[in-house]
Design a protein around this ligand. Structure first.
Ligand SMILES: Nc1ncnc2c1ncn2[C@@H]1O[C@H](COP(=O)(O)OP(=O)(O)OP(=O)(O)O)[C@@H](O)[C@H]1O
Length: 492
């Protein structure tokens, strides 16, 4: 797509686009000159965004030719900032994907007046600030063609006008060939060198507006007075922190546990049958007395459960990802998935004994098989639910499959994956303990519970169970804390 000397940097010729059986663009031809600012206006549904998508290479026309001297940078109406990246890292995205080469990220942020907000996440920024970051990201992209799809539509009138002034200034400074889609005639006339009117899928008029109205459009009479009363639109205000509104009832679970222990103590003391229900004090004494043996058993179970969680989670992601991407594969494999999920792991134990013998390996395999399914489902849902709009952004940045996986799909699915991991870790623990009921060589807490049962030592049984519960609660709490932090950054 390299341009010979006088070839316009951006052009479409005889472009026809049909969507859902309807002709949306009908033989549209348009040339944008080097360094020009062209505004595209027209009635709603007239095909403006469609034309922009054709120019950006996101939509292939049924007929006609599209030319762009360099891959265009596109600022979307909804900004499409990645919520898990800070403002600065969003602006650095083109460079990360090998599509940088425009302004350096910090410089681009400075150009839009956002240099102080680099470390903030999109959820912490106001709409106006997000629009600036999206613009900075486009400026950080290589090439000299900039497409803007009503990027300021969601902003209030005053902020929008201030943006327009800044946009005009930016255009003069960077000299990028620019196409802006807008609904506002006034904005179009004020900003652009030429205004193209798209109606009924055709360019019906192209007006030269250089020198028209720019000086006076925002400063006339009554409007100037109103402006003076209202002041300038402020777009660089941070959103209110949500942390302050967080619930102060974090102590409630601790109270519930204390009450449960008290109830247990009172109930067990009243019953006075230590061979049926020991008091918490008796359980504690037993745990202290047998601490070294309990610790050894704890490690045997936890080692199998942790390895099982890791292996099962990894396998779940590796199997879930292709299923998320290819629906046909999911449909093909669904009978096997349902069958495997309906098979209780414990019935596989005799098979595993004959295949793998006894010891750590089959314990980890049983634990991993238990953890696999929730992770598989979490990957399937998380990757599939990721908004398709982000993929469009990555298309404009010419991202490879691997880049999409590592920079978009996995970080995008992270909250759902953490939810799956929480469940996977609990099931992995159950799997590890179930195996100890089959394999006497796995001297973990599962075996400790059985042995204590044989000797009618209820206190030892309760101590082993309490350790299992403790591990489950600890893992659950850690993953939940991580999940909360991820969600908070994303403003959810
Ligand atoms: N994927 C699609 N499938 C079917 N029809 C579509 C699709 N995308 C857009 N259209 C239709 O194409 C027409 C033009 O849409 P487009 O978004 O380009 O218009 P627009 O001029 O940008 O409108 P607006 O100003 O409201 O954003 C609309 O009637 C829309 O419903």
């Amino acid at each position: 797509m390299s341009a010979p000397g006088d070839r316009p940097p951006l052009a479409v010729q005889d472009v026809t686009v049909r969507l859902g059986g309807e002709v949306i663009l009908n033989s549209v031809s348009l040339e944008v000159r080097r360094g020009e600012f062209l505004a595209l206006i027209g009635p709603s549904g007239g095909g403006k965004s469609t034309l922009l998508r054709v120019l950006a290479g996101l939509l292939r026309p049924e007929r006609g030719a599209v030319h762009s001297s360099t891959p265009p940078a596109l600022v979307f109406q909804d900004y499409r900032l990645l919520p898990w990246r800070t403002a600065l890292r969003n602006v650095a995205l083109p460079a990360d994907l090998g599509a940088g080469g425009g302004l350096a990220p910090q410089e681009a942020l400075k150009m839009v007046g956002m240099e102080a907000y680099g470390p903030y996440f999109p959820a912490q920024l106001s709409g106006g600030m997000r629009a600036r970051v999206a613009l900075a990201r486009a400026l950080a992209q290589s090439g000299d063609v900039l497409l803007l799809d009503e990027p300021f539509a969601a902003l209030d009138a005053l902020v929008r006008e201030r943006f327009n002034a800044e946009l005009r200034h930016l255009h003069e400074k960077t000299g990028r060939t620019t196409v802006l889609v807008t609904h506002s005639i006034r904005e179009a006339v004020w900003l652009a060198d030429r205004v193209a009117v798209l109606q009924g899928g055709q360019i019906v008029e192209v007006l030269d507006t250089r020198g028209e109205g720019r000086v006076s459009a925002y400063t006339d009479g009554l409007e100037a007075h109103l402006r003076a009363v209202l002041g300038t639109g402020d777009s660089t205000r941070l959103r209110a922190e949500t942390a302050g509104t967080r619930s102060r009832s974090g102590w409630l679970p601790a109270l519930a546990v204390a009450l449960a222990l008290l109830g247990w103590h009172l109930g067990a003391s009243a019953l006075n049958q230590p061979f049926l229900v020991p008091t918490p004090g008796a359980v504690w004494q037993e745990a202290v007395k047998t601490a070294p043996a309990l610790a050894a058993a704890f490690w045997v179970t936890v080692r199998a459960a942790l390895l099982g969680t890791l292996l099962g989670a990894l396998a779940g992601v590796l199997i879930g990802y292709p299923l998320a991407k290819w629906r046909a594969l999911e449909r093909f494999l669904s009978p096997f998935l349902v069958a495997s999920q309906s098979t209780p792991i414990v019935v596989l134990a005799p098979l595993l004994v004959s295949w793998l013998g006894f010891g750590l390996l089959p314990a980890v395999v049983v634990s991993a098989l238990s953890a696999l399914y929730p992770m598989l489902i979490a990957t399937l849902v998380g990757v599939r639910e990721l908004e398709g709009t982000y993929h469009e952004l990555f298309s404009t940045l010419r991202a490879s499959r691997w880049q999409r996986l590592t920079r978009l799909e996995l970080p995008g699915a992270l909250p759902v994956l953490l939810g799956g991991l929480r469940l996977a870790a609990s099931l992995a623990l159950i799997g590890a303990v179930v195996w100890e009921f089959v394999d006497p060589n796995q001297k973990g807490l599962g075996l400790a519970v059985q042995v204590a049962g044989v000797y009618q030592n209820k206190a030892a049984q309760f101590a082993a169970i309490a350790l299992l519960v403790g591990y489950g609660v600890l893992v659950y709490t850690l993953i939940t804390a991580l999940e909360r932090q991820v969600m908070r950054r994303r403003g959810r």
